[in-house]
Design a protein around this ligand. Structure first.
Ligand code: NCD
Length: 319
């Protein structure tokens, strides 16, 4: 693929391989789908008509799976969701055999979520079509980072120089990793905060400022992003109790007063209300962008599917 293209990548496996202009290109592309998604009735475009999109989610999902499905359908693709629970994966088929099988069906786009970090890359190496990472283990969740950046840019008008606090279970969060990488590339100042057991070692190498006190981390912040405790990835005692965690790291109306007056509150979902975030904060539309993040997710995924298939569709300038 020509390096002169605004997005010269075959796959979307993570934010780390992308440059700031490439990220901004995808955000700009998503902007034009936001209006289509808000149309009162028909929300359809035929760009991907005749193309087959397979969503293979080896891990649970509500938002990401539905939004990739809606995104593909709004662009006219034939979208198939592989039912992993009823698939041969349960009969011991290897990931590579599954990938080769999907490829033999001539999929034009594969959207993969997997519990193992690196699994999506493994699949991408074996197939012919573009692969989109919908979350691999604790590694990356690039479309979430893109939709978060889109939401912030729309609400704040910019990302450069914003102080963004990412709070909670940083250790197990691919969202945190992808967000940190993308927001820093776009010029934000990123703070992370959580109990020391939930801060990954060497994270300072990414250039973030580390806090263990929520009050200090959110003081003056323009954006406060809360994360769920990913207990399904915890084998052992990372926190003494949920009650104590909420007391120290839960976002309450009181604590939010420490942030900038026009602070934006974000959360990738699913929320554990009363643990990392109180309902009074999550549901206050003056601050909370949580449902807007979901809305932007569809536009962002439409942009990614469109851009990644331009070469195979022979779009002028891309083929
Ligand atoms: C996240 C995920 O699966 O990584 N959710 C999402 O995609 N919106 C975060 C989480 O599960 O807490």
């Amino acid at each position: 693929m020509s390096l002169n293209l605004p997005f010269p990548h075959r796959h979307l496996l993570g934010i780390a391989p992308l440059t700031a202009p490439e990220i901004l290109f995808l955000l700009d592309e998503a902007e034009r789908w936001v209006a289509l998604n808000r149309a009162a009735a028909v929300k359809h475009d035929d760009s991907l008509a005749g193309l087959t999109q397979i969503n293979a989610f080896f891990e649970n999902s509500t938002r990401t799976l539905l939004s990739f499905e809606i995104a593909g359908k709004r662009l006219g693709a034939d979208v198939v969701n592989m039912a992993v629970a009823q698939s041969s994966v349960k009969k011991g088929e290897t990931l590579i055999d599954t990938a080769v099988t999907l490829d033999a069906m001539h999929a034009d786009m594969l959207v993969i979520r997997h519990q193992a970090s690196g699994a999506v890359q493994l699949i991408a190496d074996k197939v012919d079509c573009p692969v989109l990472n919908a979350g691999d283990g604790q590694h990356e969740h690039p479309t979430q980072a893109l939709l978060d950046a889109l939401t912030i840019r729309r609400r704040k008008g910019r990302i450069e120089r914003l102080v963004i606090a990412i709070c909670g279970d940083i250790m197990h969060s691919r969202v945190a990793r992808s967000d940190i990488i993308s927001l820093q590339k776009l010029g934000a100042h990123v703070r992370i905060v959580g109990p020391s057991t939930l801060i990954p070692p060497h994270i300072e190498a990414l250039g973030v400022e580390i806090f263990h006190d929520l009050d200090k981390a959110i003081a003056g912040a323009d954006v406060v992003m809360m994360l769920r405790l990913q207990t399904e990835r915890m084998a052992g005692g990372f926190i003494p109790s949920l009650r104590e965690y909420h007391a120290l790291f839960g976002l309450t109306v009181e604590k939010l007063k420490l942030a900038a007056e026009d602070v934006l509150v974000m959360h990738p979902g699913p929320l554990n209300r009363g643990v990392e975030i109180d309902s009074a904060v999550a549901d206050d539309l003056k601050y909370s962008a949580i449902t807007e993040q979901v809305e932007m997710g569809v536009a962002m995924r439409m942009a990614c599917l469109d851009v990644l298939t331009r070469q195979r569709r022979g779009v002028k300038g891309w083929a």
